[in-house]
Design a protein around this ligand. Structure first.
Ligand SMILES: *Cc1c(COP(=O)(O)O)cnc(C)c1O
Length: 235
């Protein structure tokens, strides 16, 4: 991951970042929301720290990663930003990121929650987390079902070193606008009816619908950093 950025690539990241911010502002205002209530998480997975530094110059302070070791490696180089663990998290990888991630978006099992609690306890912190919900019941392998949510929250509520501040979901790949909207609205109802404020939903292709449905955090990679090249790595 030692990409060096050409000048035009660097400029593109800045332009892209500003374009997404502008889009957030317009979408929010058109549906009567305050744009400041929406946090843009720049998803930098597979991209080098050079990309992250360009986004920082454009004003970015929240970054998303889905591989714990990658998050930890980038944290070691750039720690004055907020790092978000956004993708599926394996129990045996938790140790890499507790203390380095400001928010884990993808708590989807009790054993995982227990491990996060244990690691957070070891270093004397309370780890903020979101519970990943598989709203549609389709496609996604990860996330708990809406019907499991109450008992799940009850169980996690016992852990002293985890604080659940909201819910996260990923929509279904070929959903259109209306389907995305109704899926995201469902997550908002699930969260708000349980007093949970944060809603992490929406990616490059569906963040506008997510904002309209009430997202407080959107996770945007491709629209900021360009397409990802997975060929050189096994992720
Ligand atoms: C990669 C990823 C994103 C960003 O996807 P883009 O389509 O590139 O915006 C968002 N959320 C999760 C969980 C991801 O793994």
């Amino acid at each position: 991951m030692g990409q060096v950025l050409e000048t035009d690539e660097a400029l593109k990241i800045k332009d892209n970042y500003f374009r997404v911010l502008e889009d957030i502002r317009n979408t929010a205002e058109n549906c009567g929301r305050n744009p400041d209530d929406i946090t843009l998480i720049a998803v930098s997975k597979t991209k080098s720290v050079e990309y992250v530094k360009e986004a920082i110059k454009a004003g970015a302070i929240d970054f998303g990663e889905n591989k714990p070791q990658e998050l930890a490696a980038k944290y070691d180089e750039i720690s004055n930003v907020r790092w978000h663990q956004i993708g599926h998290l394996q129990k045996n990888k938790v140790r890499h990121i507790v203390g380095k991630t400001s928010l884990i978006h993808s708590i989807d099992s009790i054993p995982l929650a227990l491990e996060v609690d244990k690691r957070a306890s070891n270093i004397g912190i309370v780890q903020d987390v979101l519970v990943q919900v598989n709203v549609s019941g389709e496609e996604s392998k990860f996330g708990i079902t809406p019907s499991e949510l109450d008992s799940f929250l009850d169980e996690v509520g016992v852990f002293k070193h985890i604080r659940v501040i909201g819910l996260m979901t990923i929509s279904v790949k070929d959903y259109g606008r209306e389907q995305n909207l109704s899926l995201f609205k469902e997550l908002k109802i699930l969260a708000n009816s349980r007093g949970l404020k944060e809603l992490s939903m929406g990616m490059t292709h569906d963040y506008k619908e997510a904002i309209e449905a009430g997202a407080t955090m959107i996770r945007v990679g491709t629209a900021i950093f360009g397409a990802r090249d997975y060929s050189a790595q096994n992720n």
